[in-house]
Design a protein around this ligand. Structure first.
Ligand SMILES: *[C@@H]1O[C@H](CO)[C@@H](O)[C@H](O)[C@H]1NC(C)=O
Ligand SMILES: *[C@@H]1O[C@H](CO)[C@@H](O)[C@H](O)[C@H]1NC(C)=O
Ligand SMILES: *[C@@H]1O[C@H](CO)[C@@H](O)[C@H](O)[C@H]1NC(C)=O
Ligand SMILES: *[C@@H]1O[C@H](CO)[C@@H](O)[C@H](O)[C@H]1NC(C)=O
Ligand SMILES: *[C@@H]1O[C@H](CO)[C@@H](O)[C@H](O)[C@H]1NC(C)=O
Ligand SMILES: *[C@@H]1O[C@H](CO)[C@@H](O)[C@H](O)[C@H]1NC(C)=O
Ligand SMILES: *[C@@H]1O[C@H](CO)[C@@H](O)[C@H](O)[C@H]1NC(C)=O
Ligand SMILES: *[C@@H]1O[C@H](CO)[C@@H](O)[C@H](O)[C@H]1NC(C)=O
Length: 736
């Protein structure tokens, strides 16, 4: 089709659309709906006008944009050509499916029904935080989308760690050395045994009946916690105080190395008894490798497991503790000492947080008071009971916990015993590929460094501009909403104005940080992973004390914005995905990551907007009415779908407005495949929506349909996309 005739077609479609909507105006049956939509269109004109400003500017473009030819651009262009252009066939939106869906025959056209399960499954697989979920091979084949954002981030860190040592700083070299020795530990079984035997001696040696003096429990406990980052009786971390203005020490129940079952009839936990036997045998195998005599093996493993299964009974899931108000109990260390006298709290906490001073009158938050009391009583009871039997369960228990912690750094023979156990427990987490394991270990020790490297390698200055453009358009969008309640409106608008968005690495601490000095004391060995691993445990431990002195955390593995004080932190890890690259045309960055950030901001800051603003409800209904007109349907949306439709449509508007603002500042932008700026933006949006789906609320239609709605009127788009076929239902508003 020549340019001319396609232009004519557009004009034809546009005028037909106008004529039909005038015709149907006279047929409006539902006067109220008409009135509401009319009022609503007035409101939406405000944002329409703001966005339109940019369009005039675009119309004036004088020359074709330069193509982007970077390797990243070539890759993304390839994906675009395999995907679908939402502007090419405007009436096909209800047949359009993301590429992965098309390859799966059993999926229908309608996402709402057919893929809810898939969405949930994908969501589960992604999980929260850094859980390494394993995807079966068949799933991998079916899901030919990009790796999820979390895996993409880990891969990006891997690339940094594997990149040849350019003029790497000394801190960077240390991280790379750590990673390399982790990937190729090259440790013999004899060396492992030697290291562990030395370490056990440092902890006072194995308890043996007869001529053995038990070291003072609290000194060994402090040693295990500070040197090996191992917390056998209780967990210690640092988090916001109850009023969130400051960090404080948090005391929590410990983690156990067994599968735990929660019985909600009696509100008690226990180990899954099915796994006790295999664990017992792998424990004994482990001690066999360490040349522990046969009878002692049985005793150590038996005591370790029975003390663990005693302590675990008083632990409970966070949801239960929350419901029973067992979380966030604020008390001084002195009060904690009275509550649980068998732990020397002040001494332990001072050791952990050295050199940050800790005193008796400092407050801590206790997250499971009954457990802490029970743990202290158990220590006392077991100590007395076993003294007469010449066995030392508390000491054994601490050594066994430290051994578990060190296992990953030992010869594969040790890991094998654990693998046998994890096969028995079907614990998939253990099967994470080696590179993922090593990236995660490196991040644990070097998180401040890694977040800097991510910023240098991936985010660059473009990231800061994108964040500020998106937030400014986000505020514009929010300003156009009406609110039922003036107080709520003031509250939300004030909050949004008071918050400053920033990249997670942009703050005073990181700007002044001298990384080489920061990691100055770390000496990484090219050969000995075990010694590197021990240093990593100490680094991790030091991070805890820095947190207490209010050093900001780098949040390396976060991929969603969050609020911290007066800042909205945009994690630097969001910028490593295929949804952003500093060489991409801005149209692609704003269309992809820009809409994702806008979506995240809307979810974060306006979670109940539909109950607070009628115009948001109307916008959502407006988009849906377009869909029903095309589909001749009558069904309605669930509240969560309504919310998601509004969020996704608004995110598209916000990102487009942000892109147009950026063009006003800098009129030139590169392009791909000769596409115009906004056209490229819209394709990028469609692609990104297909690639990632971080929310459970399923969309009732493909995200590309939002482009069709946005482009009903050519104010925003290169061409109007009115789909005029078979339009027989009520009046449609021009703009949503
Ligand atoms: C969705 O599924 C329900 C029940 O399985 C069915 O009744 C309904 O017709 C489906 N809707 C669409 C749009 O396919
Ligand atoms: C592994 O260790 C052995 C002995 O310590 C050494 O000779 C060999 O070079 C090491 N291999 C690698 C790849 O580092
Ligand atoms: C490992 O140690 C054992 C006993 O300590 C010894 O017999 C064996 O030769 C050692 N193996 C190697 C490879 O050094
Ligand atoms: C007990 O240990 C002490 C010090 O290690 C040693 O002097 C003594 O001979 C040992 N006694 C026996 C019976 O092993
Ligand atoms: C919050 O905690 C800090 C430190 O404990 C205290 O100084 C401040 O007064 C508290 N603020 C409120 C509002 O409770
Ligand atoms: C267990 O906890 C629930 C609340 O989650 C409570 O209703 C129930 O009475 C408790 N059961 C026992 C045996 O304490
Ligand atoms: C692990 O299990 C395999 C097969 O079940 C067995 O052959 C092997 O000896 C076990 N390894 C260890 C270290 O227990
Ligand atoms: C529109 O109507 C024609 C004939 O009535 C039909 O063939 C076509 O499939 C319809 N298109 C849509 C999108 O429903």
């Amino acid at each position: 089709m020549t340019q001319n005739s396609s232009d004519q077609q557009e004009i034809l479609q546009f005028t037909q659309g106008q004529a039909q909507s005038e015709e149907s105006n006279s047929l409006v049956k539902n006067q109220r709906l008409g009135l509401r939509l009319f009022q609503f269109c007035l409101a939406s004109c405000i944002i329409g006008t703001v966005m339109g400003l940019g369009f005039y500017f675009l119309q004036k473009k004088t020359q074709d944009p330069l193509p982007c030819l970077s390797p990243a651009c070539m890759r993304v262009a390839e994906r675009f050509s395999a995907g679908m252009d939402p502007l090419s066939r405007p009436c096909d939106y209800f047949q359009f499916t993301c590429k992965a869906e098309m390859s799966h025959k059993s999926r229908g056209k309608h996402r709402g029904n057919a893929t809810r399960q898939d969405v949930m499954r994908r969501r589960e697989r992604r999980g929260g935080g850094i859980r390494m979920d394993i995807v079966s091979d068949t799933e991998k084949k079916r899901d030919d989308r990009l790796p999820d954002r979390q895996t993409a981030l880990l891969q990006a860190i891997k690339e940094i760690l594997e990149s040849p040592k350019r003029t790497a700083s000394s801190a960077e070299q240390k991280a790379q050395t750590f990673y390399n020795t982790c990937m190729r530990p090259n440790i013999t079984l004899n060396e492992s045994i030697y290291h562990i035997q030395m370490l056990i001696q440092k902890l006072g040696g194995w308890p043996v009946p007869g001529n053995w003096t038990e070291p003072e429990m609290n000194s060994i406990l402090a040693l295990v916690m500070t040197q090996y980052n191992t917390f056998p009786f209780f967990n210690v971390h640092v988090g916001p105080d109850r009023n969130k203005s400051q960090n404080c020490i948090q005391i929590d129940q410990p983690e156990f190395h067994f599968p735990i079952e929660w019985n909600n009839q009696i509100n008690r936990s226990k180990f899954n008894s099915q796994f006790l036997r295999p664990f017992f045998s792998s424990c004994k195998e482990l001690l066999t490798l360490l040349n522990v005599p046969f009878t002692s093996r049985t005793q150590h493993c038996g005591l370790y497991m029975s003390l663990s299964s005693t302590l675990v009974t008083n632990t409970s899931p966070a949801s239960y503790r929350r419901s029973q108000n067992l979380m966030n109990l604020r008390m001084t260390i002195q009060e904690l000492q009275e509550l649980a006298p068998n732990i020397d709290w002040l001494r332990c906490l001072q050791a952990i947080f050295h050199p940050v001073p800790v005193s008796k009158s400092d407050f801590v938050l206790v997250h499971n008071r009954p457990y802490i009391i029970y743990m202290s009583e158990t220590i006392s009871k077991w100590r007395h009971q076993h003294r007469s039997m010449d066995s030392y369960p508390l000491h054994t228990y601490m050594i066994m916990n430290a051994l578990q912690k060190l296992m990953p750094a030992l010869h594969t023979g040790f890991m094998q015993t654990m693998k046998n156990f994890s096969v028995a427990t079907n614990n998939e987490n253990e099967v994470a590929p080696c590179w993922k394991h090593c990236v995660l270990q490196t991040v644990k020790g070097f998180n401040t460094l890694i977040s800097h490297l991510i910023k240098d390698h991936y985010a660059g200055e473009e990231a800061d501009k994108l964040i500020s453009d998106i937030y400014s358009s986000f505020k514009t969008k929010i300003a156009t909403l009406n609110w039922q309640n003036g107080d709520t409106q003031d509250f939300v608008l004030n909050k949004i104005t008071a918050l400053t968005p920033r990249l997670s690495t942009d703050n005073e601490f990181f700007n002044q940080l001298k990384l080489d000095e920061h990691f100055g004391e770390v000496i990484m060995s090219e050969k000995n992973y075990f010694s590197n691993y021990l240093q990593m445990l100490v680094l991790q431990q030091k991070m805890r004390s820095r947190l207490l002195s209010h050093t900001p955390q780098p949040h390396v593995l976060s991929i969603q914005p969050f609020i911290s004080g007066n800042d909205i932190i945009i994690p630097v890890g969001m910028f490593v995905s295929q949804q952003f690259h500093s060489s991409y045309p801005r149209a692609v960055n704003y269309g992809m990551l820009g809409t994702i950030i806008a979506k995240d901001l809307l979810h974060l800051l306006l979670p109940d907007i539909l109950s607070q603003s009628e115009s948001a409800v109307l916008e959502s209904e407006c988009v849906w009415s377009h869909y029903l007109t095309a589909q001749k349907g009558t069904s309605s949306l669930s509240p969560s779908q309504k919310q998601e439709v509004w969020v996704q449509y608004s995110a598209l508007q916000v990102a487009l407005l942000a892109y147009k603002k950026s063009l006003l500042r800098h009129s030139s932008d590169t392009s791909l495949s000769g596409l115009s700026h906004v056209h490229l933006f819209l394709i990028s949006f469609t692609q990104a929506s297909c690639d990632s789906e971080p929310y459970t609320a399923p969309m009732p239609f493909e995200p590309s349909f939002l482009v069709t709605v946005l482009c009903v009127n050519s104010v925003h788009c290169p061409k109007p996309m009115t789909c005029v076929k078979n339009r027989s239902h009520g009046q449609l508003p021009d703009l949503c």
